[in-house]
Design a protein around this ligand. Structure first.
Ligand code: HEM
Length: 409
């Protein structure tokens, strides 16, 4: 349990912890405008009412993410830090455990394997868009099913089991938010979903162990490195991590990306005219409205960060979504410019896939899906339909509940 007194969010309120209110509709509509207010007066590191350190600076986000003195598991640490203990995947581990597990999983989840998927991703997008015309919700017709089908097929989850995951995955997405921002009930729901996922994969993994197939789960079951193997718990946590990543992030690349283009007719026209820009465009869309808005790190020892002492165990909230628009790094940061990452222009990397040792393992897959989905979508005549845009209630993840559009054949 997280204590009888309720979570920190129930006691203090998320706004006091974070310095902004993630539930405020104005924040959801444009978090970037709110992030900018956090860094007025040239401060790069601010401190919220409860003492949480927050940064919107590209330089500081980048430095913390590659600094081995920051990580996830200091002994002791902030009272808020319970998230980490429950999430047993390598996403929140430090070296040497992180290194060992990531290496094992990388051996199964290779760029080669991902590139092999291209024809399948193209066929899926064609299929998902085939009968779409008139008014439709792009999240439901394209953005959500594509990554779900792809990761399920990769892992070797039978199609008839896919629907089981939707409910579990919803609970787990909210669960990517730090525990100190979640009500007890949602924490309980998430933990239950994690258990159910785990049980499901335990059975499926047992089948693949006796009868391996050409899928990622079979590869994970048999992966080894100098005598090192994944334990049962590690295997299950990895499957859950891959599935949650596959369900909850790429959907928002496609959704947020489509919305950004639909709102900017000149950029959309350019995107249509120059199909060769699709890779650069997806990078820019990732920078401009990233699916993952932030991450957290704890000081593993006392660290002087930009003149501020971060004591061992203290957390720093890295607003990478804000860092992607840091005006000291990016030209005209609030402008969508799909040529920003075109060849020959060396724009700084965005931080949307993270940076350093935890850099997103699924980035090649996410990029492939985003490029194919948005490329094929905008071969059609698509326009925003009227109606309010509603975002899902997550802090870490930013994504639309639905995206109503009109498609003309
Ligand atoms: C890690 C973003 C898609 C698997 C991360 C991190 C970010 C991120 C920011 C680092 C988190 C941190 O340092 O705290 C995204 C975005 C995606 C996406 C924006 C889609 C557009 C995927 C997909 C998969 C995946 C499709 C796999 C199916 C992972 C894994 C890690 C990770 C395994 C942990 C890496 C580590 O800890 O070493 N992702 N991701 N991601 N992502 Fe992704």
């Amino acid at each position: 349990g997280t204590g009888q007194a309720g979570t920190a969010a129930e006691q203090a309120g998320a706004a006091a912890i974070l310095g902004f209110d993630p539930g405020d509709p104005a924040f959801r509509a444009d978090p970037y405008a709110h992030y900018r207010t956090l860094t007025s007066h040239g401060r790069r590191l601010t401190r919220t009412d409860v003492g949480l350190r927050v940064t919107t600076s590209y330089d500081l986000c980048e430095r913390v993410l590659r600094d081995p003195r920051f990580g996830h598991r200091p002994d002791g640490g902030e009272p808020w830090r319970a998230t980490v203990a429950r999430n047993r995947s390598f996403l929140t581990m430090d070296p040497p455990d992180h290194t060992r597990l990531r290496r094992l999983v990388s051996k199964a989840f290779t760029p080669r394997l991902v590139e092999r998927l291209r024809p399948r991703v193209e066929a899926l997008v064609d299929e998902l868009l085939r009968d779409v015309s008139g008014e439709t919700d792009l999240i439901a017709t394209l953005a959500y099913p594509l990554p779900v089908i792809v990761i399920s097929e990769m892992l070797g989850v039978p199609p008839e089991d896919r629907d089981l995951f939707k409910g579990w995955s919803d609970s787990l997405a909210r669960g990517l938010d730090p525990d100190f921002l979640l009500p007890e009930a949602e924490i309980a729901q998430r933990d239950e979903a994690r258990e159910e996922f785990g049980t499901y994969f335990r059975e499926l993994a047992a089948k693949r162990r006796t009868e391996p197939r050409d899928d990622l789960l079979s590869a994970l079951v048999s992966v080894s490195d100098g005598g090192d193997v994944l334990s049962e718990d590690e295997l299950l946590a990895t499957c859950v991590l891959l599935l949650v990543a596959g369900h909850e992030t790429t959907v928002n690349l496609i959704g947020n990306g489509a919305l950004a283009l639909l709102r900017d007719p000149a950029q959309l026209a350019l995107f249509r005219e120059r199909p060769g820009l699709v890779q650069a465009a997806v990078e820019e869309l990732l920078r401009y409205d990233p699916p993952v808005q932030l991450t957290l790190r704890s000081a593993l020892e006392d660290v002087d960060l930009d003149g501020t002492l971060i004591e061992r165990g203290k957390l720093v909230l890295l607003l990478t979504g804000a860092a992607n628009r840091d005006p000291s790094v990016f030209d005209d940061p609030n402008r969508l410019d799909i040529t920003r990452y075109a060849e020959g222009r060396d724009a700084p990397k965005h931080l949307s896939f993270g940076h350093g040792i935890h850099f997103c393992l699924g980035a090649p897959l996410a990029r492939l899906e985003g490029q194919v989905a948005l490329g094929k979508l905008f071969e059609r005549d698509v326009a925003l339909a009227s109606g309010d845009l509603v975002y899902r209630d997550n802090l870490v993840l930013r994504g639309l509940r639905d995206l109503p559009v009109t498609v003309r054949a």
